[in-house]
Design a binder for this molecule. Structure first.
Ligand SMILES: [Zn+2]
Length: 323
């Protein structure tokens, strides 16, 4: 498990201090002197056992903020007005960067009609959706990274880079999943993982997919819904995991629907969960609709079920329909 111990932290801070001292000796820069003072303050806090606590309230500072900047001194509740504005600007930029990582809304793939909606609970999301054109078809990926907010969005971008790199390599889907799991496992904290369905669509209606611990995709075929059975461990839990690949052929009009727990685990005012049965019934009623219409039907039914209860989790729905 990769956690930063006090000894490692002290070593990192001393390293930064030495580099800052060298830089400020070379150039008389008041910014460097101020930074040096902040490093000394952090080192004193490590010695006193109070490192990572807010200077104002003494509560632990949010772990993802501390990981991004080991010199932060205030929890989010005790930022100054200008620090708060800086943070908001950073989040707005992060949201724009993440939106640009998503596939274009006008998805086009010969033989297929695709639609999705990506709705973060906050400025950024830990959900993942992607489509990568390949010879004769495309790879698709759909999933959910552990946690929420900024840290989850960084892992989402990391997972996307891994999968895009592997998809370009021309290996089989089973090999791709094994490699993605190993790389994600080796490059993230032991407490972080991702669930994902990764598959390949071909122009003739053939689909192959593997499922790394995500909700089973629903197949709407002939007006009836059934859950696909491929399963496996989430990415990032065990480096040596293997994945079974499920193969099927969709007839014209058949559709696959994928979703994250922002949909299935949403609750109404009585605390009831939305659930897969209700989702399946909506899809059967919407049989014959386009992918965009299937996605909108799910969201409309969820909205009427939750009746204005605030969304607690990131939500993504995708439909892939053979035309
Ligand atoms: Zn505080």
């Amino acid at each position: 498990m990769t956690t930063v111990t006090d000894a490692q932290l002290r070593e990192q801070l001393f390293g930064r201090r030495a580099r800052l001292q060298a830089a400020s000796a070379a150039a008389a820069d008041s910014g460097l002197v101020e930074l040096l003072a902040q490093v000394d303050h952090a080192l004193a806090q490590v010695e006193a056992g109070s490192y990572g606590r807010c200077d104002v309230c003494g509560d632990p500072i949010e772990a993802d903020r501390l990981a991004a900047d080991p010199l932060v001194r205030f929890c989010i509740d005790h930022l100054t007005a200008s620090q708060r504005r800086d943070l908001e600007r950073d989040l707005e930029t992060a949201a724009r960067i993440q939106a640009a990582l998503l596939p274009g809304r006008e998805l086009s793939l010969p033989g297929w009609d695709l639609g999705y909606r990506y709705r973060p609970a906050g400025p950024v999301s830990g959900d993942y959706v992607d489509l990568v054109p390949a010879s004769g078809g495309a790879y698709f990926a759909f999933g959910d990274v552990s946690g929420k907010g900024i840290s989850a969005s960084i892992l989402m971008a990391h997972l996307q880079a891994i999968l895009r790199g592997l998809a370009a390599g021309g290996s089989s889907l089973a090999e791709l999943l094994v490699a993605a799991n190993r790389i994600f496992c080796e490059s993230t904290l032991a407490s972080h993982y991702a669930t994902a369905v990764i598959g390949r669509l071909d122009g003739d209606g053939a689909v192959e997919l593997g499922n790394a611990g995500h909700w089973s995709p629903l197949l709407l075929a002939g007006g009836r819904v059934r859950a696909l059975t491929a399963g496996g461990l989430p990415l990032g839990l065990f480096c040596g995991a293997h994945y079974e690949i499920e193969r099927l052929r969709l007839a014209p009009g058949d559709a696959l629907v994928l979703y994250t727990d922002g949909l299935s685990e949403s609750r109404n005012a009585d605390g009831e969960e939305y659930g897969k049965e209700r989702l399946s019934a909506v899809l059967e009623r919407a049989n014959g609709a386009t992918s965009a219409e299937l996605v909108e039907a799910c969201l409309a039914d969820l909205a009427s079920f939750t009746a204005g209860e605030a969304a607690g989790d990131d939500l993504t729905v995708m439909a892939v329909r053979r035309v």
